[in-house]
Design a protein around this ligand. Structure first.
Ligand SMILES: NC(=O)c1ccc[n+]([C@@H]2O[C@H](COP(=O)([O-])OP(=O)(O)OC[C@H]3O[C@@H](n4cnc5c(N)ncnc54)[C@H](OP(=O)(O)O)[C@@H]3O)[C@@H](O)[C@H]2O)c1
Length: 207
Protein backbone atom coordinates (compact mmCIF):
# COMPACT_ATOMS: atom_id res chain seq x y z
CA UNK A 1 0.00 0.00 0.00
CA UNK A 2 2.93 2.39 0.56
CA UNK A 3 4.10 2.37 -3.06
CA UNK A 4 2.74 5.35 -4.93
CA UNK A 5 3.02 6.39 -8.53
CA UNK A 6 1.25 9.69 -7.94
CA UNK A 7 4.04 11.54 -6.12
CA UNK A 8 3.46 14.07 -3.35
CA UNK A 9 0.59 16.56 -3.13
CA UNK A 10 1.40 19.66 -1.08
CA UNK A 11 -1.80 20.99 0.50
CA UNK A 12 -2.00 24.35 2.30
CA UNK A 13 -4.55 24.80 5.08
CA UNK A 14 -4.58 21.04 5.50
CA UNK A 15 -5.18 20.94 9.25
CA UNK A 16 -8.97 21.39 9.02
CA UNK A 17 -12.00 21.79 6.78
CA UNK A 18 -11.74 21.48 3.01
CA UNK A 19 -7.95 21.08 3.07
CA UNK A 20 -8.17 18.11 5.47
CA UNK A 21 -10.76 16.51 3.18
CA UNK A 22 -8.43 16.97 0.19
CA UNK A 23 -5.72 15.26 2.25
CA UNK A 24 -8.00 12.34 3.05
CA UNK A 25 -9.24 11.88 -0.53
CA UNK A 26 -5.83 12.32 -2.18
CA UNK A 27 -4.17 9.84 0.21
CA UNK A 28 -6.91 7.34 -0.59
CA UNK A 29 -6.27 7.92 -4.32
CA UNK A 30 -2.57 7.09 -4.03
CA UNK A 31 -0.87 10.41 -3.28
CA UNK A 32 1.77 10.90 -0.63
CA UNK A 33 1.23 14.18 1.16
CA UNK A 34 2.95 17.29 2.47
CA UNK A 35 0.48 18.97 4.82
CA UNK A 36 0.94 22.68 5.59
CA UNK A 37 -0.88 24.83 8.18
CA UNK A 38 -0.05 26.63 11.42
CA UNK A 39 -1.32 24.08 13.93
CA UNK A 40 1.34 21.36 14.19
CA UNK A 41 -0.60 19.09 16.54
CA UNK A 42 -3.65 18.98 14.26
CA UNK A 43 -1.40 18.27 11.28
CA UNK A 44 0.27 15.45 13.22
CA UNK A 45 -3.07 13.92 14.22
CA UNK A 46 -4.29 13.96 10.60
CA UNK A 47 -0.99 12.58 9.29
CA UNK A 48 -1.06 9.77 11.85
CA UNK A 49 -4.65 8.79 11.00
CA UNK A 50 -4.07 8.87 7.23
CA UNK A 51 -0.79 6.96 7.48
CA UNK A 52 -2.60 4.26 9.45
CA UNK A 53 -5.54 4.14 7.05
CA UNK A 54 -3.68 4.38 3.73
CA UNK A 55 -0.01 3.53 4.32
CA UNK A 56 0.98 6.69 2.44
CA UNK A 57 4.05 8.73 3.27
CA UNK A 58 2.82 11.91 4.96
CA UNK A 59 4.96 14.87 6.00
CA UNK A 60 3.84 17.94 7.91
CA UNK A 61 5.14 21.50 7.98
CA UNK A 62 3.88 24.04 10.50
CA UNK A 63 3.97 27.38 8.69
CA UNK A 64 2.09 30.65 8.89
CA UNK A 65 1.73 31.64 5.24
CA UNK A 66 1.29 35.24 6.32
CA UNK A 67 4.88 35.13 7.54
CA UNK A 68 7.26 35.97 4.69
CA UNK A 69 10.10 33.75 5.91
CA UNK A 70 7.81 30.77 6.48
CA UNK A 71 6.21 31.29 3.07
CA UNK A 72 9.65 31.48 1.44
CA UNK A 73 10.52 28.05 2.89
CA UNK A 74 7.45 26.49 1.25
CA UNK A 75 8.31 28.26 -2.03
CA UNK A 76 11.82 26.79 -1.90
CA UNK A 77 10.41 23.34 -1.26
CA UNK A 78 8.07 23.66 -4.25
CA UNK A 79 10.96 24.79 -6.46
CA UNK A 80 13.40 22.13 -5.33
CA UNK A 81 11.57 18.95 -4.31
CA UNK A 82 11.11 16.82 -7.44
CA UNK A 83 8.72 14.48 -5.61
CA UNK A 84 5.97 17.13 -5.63
CA UNK A 85 3.42 16.54 -8.40
CA UNK A 86 0.47 18.54 -7.10
CA UNK A 87 -0.10 21.84 -5.29
CA UNK A 88 -3.44 22.49 -3.58
CA UNK A 89 -3.66 26.19 -2.67
CA UNK A 90 -6.46 25.90 -0.14
CA UNK A 91 -5.51 28.02 2.92
CA UNK A 92 -7.78 31.04 3.16
CA UNK A 93 -9.74 33.14 5.60
CA UNK A 94 -13.01 35.03 5.21
CA UNK A 95 -14.92 38.00 6.57
CA UNK A 96 -18.37 39.52 6.41
CA UNK A 97 -17.37 42.96 7.72
CA UNK A 98 -18.53 45.96 5.70
CA UNK A 99 -15.99 48.52 4.55
CA UNK A 100 -17.16 50.73 7.43
CA UNK A 101 -16.57 48.28 10.29
CA UNK A 102 -13.82 46.01 8.98
CA UNK A 103 -10.29 46.63 10.23
CA UNK A 104 -7.97 47.36 7.33
CA UNK A 105 -5.10 45.40 8.91
CA UNK A 106 -7.18 42.23 8.95
CA UNK A 107 -8.15 42.93 5.32
CA UNK A 108 -4.45 43.12 4.50
CA UNK A 109 -3.82 39.79 6.25
CA UNK A 110 -6.62 38.26 4.22
CA UNK A 111 -5.13 39.60 0.99
CA UNK A 112 -1.72 38.25 2.02
CA UNK A 113 -3.08 34.76 2.62
CA UNK A 114 -5.82 34.46 -0.02
CA UNK A 115 -3.91 36.20 -2.82
CA UNK A 116 -0.20 36.77 -2.16
CA UNK A 117 0.64 33.37 -0.67
CA UNK A 118 -1.41 31.53 -3.31
CA UNK A 119 0.31 33.52 -6.07
CA UNK A 120 3.83 33.07 -4.74
CA UNK A 121 3.38 29.31 -4.23
CA UNK A 122 2.02 28.97 -7.75
CA UNK A 123 4.92 30.95 -9.21
CA UNK A 124 7.33 28.72 -7.26
CA UNK A 125 5.96 25.44 -8.56
CA UNK A 126 4.90 26.31 -12.13
CA UNK A 127 8.39 26.35 -13.73
CA UNK A 128 9.24 23.00 -12.09
CA UNK A 129 6.05 21.40 -13.38
CA UNK A 130 6.64 22.86 -16.85
CA UNK A 131 10.21 21.51 -16.86
CA UNK A 132 8.83 18.05 -16.01
CA UNK A 133 5.96 18.42 -18.49
CA UNK A 134 3.48 17.39 -15.80
CA UNK A 135 1.89 18.49 -12.56
CA UNK A 136 -1.40 19.76 -11.16
CA UNK A 137 -2.26 23.08 -9.53
CA UNK A 138 -5.60 23.30 -7.70
CA UNK A 139 -6.62 26.73 -6.43
CA UNK A 140 -9.57 27.10 -4.06
CA UNK A 141 -11.67 30.13 -4.97
CA UNK A 142 -15.33 30.43 -3.86
CA UNK A 143 -18.79 30.95 -5.24
CA UNK A 144 -18.49 34.50 -3.87
CA UNK A 145 -15.80 35.08 -6.47
CA UNK A 146 -18.82 35.36 -8.79
CA UNK A 147 -21.64 36.24 -6.36
CA UNK A 148 -19.53 39.07 -4.98
CA UNK A 149 -22.26 40.80 -2.97
CA UNK A 150 -22.76 37.93 -0.48
CA UNK A 151 -19.87 38.43 1.98
CA UNK A 152 -17.10 40.95 2.64
CA UNK A 153 -15.89 42.82 -0.46
CA UNK A 154 -12.20 42.12 0.07
CA UNK A 155 -12.89 38.41 0.61
CA UNK A 156 -15.06 38.23 -2.52
CA UNK A 157 -12.49 40.18 -4.53
CA UNK A 158 -9.72 37.87 -3.32
CA UNK A 159 -11.73 34.91 -4.61
CA UNK A 160 -12.45 36.70 -7.93
CA UNK A 161 -8.69 37.12 -8.20
CA UNK A 162 -8.16 33.38 -7.74
CA UNK A 163 -10.67 32.73 -10.53
CA UNK A 164 -9.07 35.24 -12.94
CA UNK A 165 -5.60 34.01 -12.10
CA UNK A 166 -6.73 30.46 -12.84
CA UNK A 167 -7.87 31.45 -16.34
CA UNK A 168 -4.45 32.93 -17.06
CA UNK A 169 -2.69 29.88 -15.59
CA UNK A 170 -4.76 27.64 -17.83
CA UNK A 171 -3.76 29.73 -20.85
CA UNK A 172 -0.06 29.73 -19.91
CA UNK A 173 0.36 26.18 -18.62
CA UNK A 174 -2.20 23.83 -20.18
CA UNK A 175 -0.18 23.40 -23.38
CA UNK A 176 2.89 22.52 -21.32
CA UNK A 177 1.48 19.45 -19.61
CA UNK A 178 0.33 21.18 -16.41
CA UNK A 179 -3.25 20.72 -15.24
CA UNK A 180 -4.93 23.72 -13.62
CA UNK A 181 -8.17 23.56 -11.67
CA UNK A 182 -10.00 26.42 -9.95
CA UNK A 183 -12.60 25.27 -7.43
CA UNK A 184 -15.56 27.44 -6.40
CA UNK A 185 -17.12 25.82 -3.31
CA UNK A 186 -20.48 27.05 -2.07
CA UNK A 187 -21.16 27.30 1.68
CA UNK A 188 -19.48 24.30 3.33
CA UNK A 189 -19.73 23.38 7.02
CA UNK A 190 -16.20 24.05 8.30
CA UNK A 191 -14.53 26.14 11.01
CA UNK A 192 -14.48 28.96 8.45
CA UNK A 193 -17.97 29.76 9.77
CA UNK A 194 -16.95 29.70 13.44
CA UNK A 195 -15.82 33.33 13.44
CA UNK A 196 -18.77 35.06 15.19
CA UNK A 197 -19.46 37.61 12.44
CA UNK A 198 -19.38 34.93 9.74
CA UNK A 199 -21.47 32.52 11.85
CA UNK A 200 -24.23 35.13 11.85
CA UNK A 201 -24.53 34.43 8.11
CA UNK A 202 -25.65 30.92 9.19
CA UNK A 203 -23.21 28.03 9.09
CA UNK A 204 -24.41 25.37 6.66
CA UNK A 205 -25.16 21.92 8.09
CA UNK A 206 -22.63 19.14 7.41
CA UNK A 207 -24.00 16.27 5.29
N1 LIG B 1 -16.27 26.84 4.13
C1 LIG B 1 -16.85 27.48 3.13
O1 LIG B 1 -18.09 27.70 3.15
C2 LIG B 1 -16.06 27.90 1.93
C3 LIG B 1 -16.77 28.25 0.76
C4 LIG B 1 -16.04 28.66 -0.36
C5 LIG B 1 -14.66 28.69 -0.32
N2 LIG B 1 -14.00 28.35 0.82
C6 LIG B 1 -12.53 28.43 0.80
O2 LIG B 1 -12.02 27.14 1.11
C7 LIG B 1 -10.72 27.27 1.70
C8 LIG B 1 -10.67 26.44 2.97
O3 LIG B 1 -11.65 26.95 3.86
P1 LIG B 1 -12.31 26.06 5.01
O4 LIG B 1 -13.76 26.33 4.96
O5 LIG B 1 -11.82 24.67 4.96
O6 LIG B 1 -11.72 26.86 6.28
P2 LIG B 1 -11.19 26.33 7.70
O7 LIG B 1 -11.94 25.12 8.13
O8 LIG B 1 -11.20 27.55 8.56
O9 LIG B 1 -9.69 25.89 7.37
C9 LIG B 1 -8.73 26.84 6.97
C10 LIG B 1 -7.38 26.16 6.90
O10 LIG B 1 -6.39 27.16 6.56
C11 LIG B 1 -5.37 27.15 7.55
N3 LIG B 1 -4.85 28.51 7.71
C12 LIG B 1 -5.53 29.62 8.12
N4 LIG B 1 -4.72 30.67 8.15
C13 LIG B 1 -3.48 30.21 7.79
C14 LIG B 1 -2.21 30.81 7.66
N5 LIG B 1 -2.02 32.12 7.95
N6 LIG B 1 -1.17 30.06 7.25
C15 LIG B 1 -1.33 28.73 6.99
N7 LIG B 1 -2.52 28.12 7.08
C16 LIG B 1 -3.57 28.85 7.49
C17 LIG B 1 -6.04 26.62 8.82
O11 LIG B 1 -5.15 25.93 9.66
P3 LIG B 1 -4.33 26.54 10.89
O12 LIG B 1 -5.30 27.30 11.73
O13 LIG B 1 -3.77 25.31 11.53
O14 LIG B 1 -3.27 27.39 10.27
C18 LIG B 1 -6.97 25.56 8.21
O15 LIG B 1 -6.25 24.37 7.97
C19 LIG B 1 -10.51 28.77 1.92
O16 LIG B 1 -9.70 29.27 0.89
C20 LIG B 1 -11.91 29.36 1.83
O17 LIG B 1 -11.90 30.70 1.39
C21 LIG B 1 -14.67 27.94 1.95
Amino acid sequence: MTSSTNGFALITGASAGIGAIYADRLAKRGFNLILVARNQSRLNALAERLTKETGRSIETIAADLNDKAALAKIETLLREDPRITMLVNNAGIGSVASVLDGHVDSMESMINLNITALTRLTYAVAPTFVAKGSGTIINISSVVGIAVELLNGVYSASKSYVLSFGHALQRDLAGKGVRVQTVLPAATATEFWDVPAIRSKRKPRAR
